[in-house]
Design a protein around this ligand. Structure first.
Ligand SMILES: [Zn+2]
Length: 329
């Protein structure tokens, strides 16, 4: 008799810098994981063929009896209803990329599309810090800033699945140029790119005294700023304080709209831990309306950021497969 075949879903987290993907079972166990750069020089067809090759190779390398039940992709401005990635400002591809169609034609399997930040929120709700919460916001601090909102236990999607684009609310009037074409968006200050820009905008004299000075000619990263801040570098610490100030103020506004009990910070920049958490919390608390004070918790995701989003992305497909099963029963 043939041994039981376990179904897996491929969860793809398509980011502005890297594309991370993994194979996930129904319980949310991650069986394999890889990451490739989201190479802006490749045409999208080439990129997805490369991704498909890697995914198939990863599945074949697993020991045991596995089958792929579906492909689920989360991306900035991924639209669940249309199956497209719409005008992703951090990706260099056509304005409405029919990602569901592309992946379906490669794999011949069901494909779901979601917004990556919504997927991170679902990952936190099913497997992470928001397990027992019905009103929370998950903020993804990566190349840009994404957010997923859960209210009364429901993910808020909006008309085309684009609800919760907090990265593009205005943080500074007439401020930094955003990749979306507008100015002063929150993510131009609060994201990996944002904190790098904050350091680059510093006074040259101050920069000279900083541990970051040797890195300013093109190779500065959020990780390098985090490391310098950990070593007590004044400029790096000030950059985190400024980032936390802008995020904290905007989170106080967001609390007034949604009254959440929990806000989770996830994604690469959140790995800085207290360096970003403490100033954000301080400025958020300072700007909160009295009725909310003490009622909203701010924390860093307890899951490794790569897993949160991939598990959440995969969960979208499992929910879809379950629905189909129920309908056909
Ligand atoms: Zn913007």
């Amino acid at each position: 008799m043939q041994a039981d075949v376990m179904e897996l879903v491929a969860g793809i987290d398509l980011g502005g810098t890297d594309t991370k993907f993994g194979l996930v079972n129904r319980k949310g166990d991650l069986f394999a994981y890889r990451s490739i750069p989201t190479n802006p020089d490749l045409e999208h067809e080439e990129f997805f063929n490369l991704l498909a090759y890697q995914l198939k190779e990863m599945l074949n390398s697993l020991e045991g009896n596995f089958t792929l039940a579906g492909i689920s992709v989360g991306a900035p401005t991924g639209s669940e209803s249309r199956g497209t990635i719409d005008d992703a400002s951090n990706l260099n591809w056509p304005r409405k990329l029919p990602i569901r169609e592309i992946l379906h034609s490669i794999f011949g399997l069901p494909v779901t599309v979601s917004n990556d930040a919504n997927a991170a929120a679902v990952g936190e709700m099913l497997y992470g810090a928001a397990k027992h919460h019905k009103n929370f916001i998950c903020i993804t601090l990566g190349t840009g800033l994404g957010s997923g909102i859960v209210s009364n236990g429901q993910l808020i999607l909006g008309t085309h699945g684009h609800a919760g684009e907090l990265g593009h609310i205005t943080a500074v009037h007439n401020g930094r140029q955003c990749s979306c074409g507008r100015k002063g968006c929150l993510e131009t200050y609060v994201s990996a790119r944002g904190i790098i820009q904050t350091v680059l905008d510093a006074d040259p004299g101050e920069l000279k005294k900083s541990l970051l000075n040797p890195h300013v000619n093109g190779e500065l990263t959020a990780e390098i700023i985090t490391k310098a801040a950990g070593e007590g570098d004044e400029l790096a610490l000030r950059a985190f304080d400024y980032t936390g100030k802008i995020l904290g103020k905007k989170l106080a506004d967001t609390v007034a709209i949604l009254n959440p009990e929990l806000i989770i910070l996830t994604g690469g920049v959140s790995q800085a831990g207290d360096l970003i958490l403490n100033p954000t919390k301080k400025y958020m608390d300072e700007h909160l309306l009295d009725i909310y004070k003490g009622s909203v918790e701010l924390k860093i995701s307890e899951m490794a950021s790569k897993k949160t989003t991939i598990l959440g992305v995969a969960a979208f497909m499992w929910l879809k497969l379950d629905k189909q099963k129920m309908q056909s029963a």
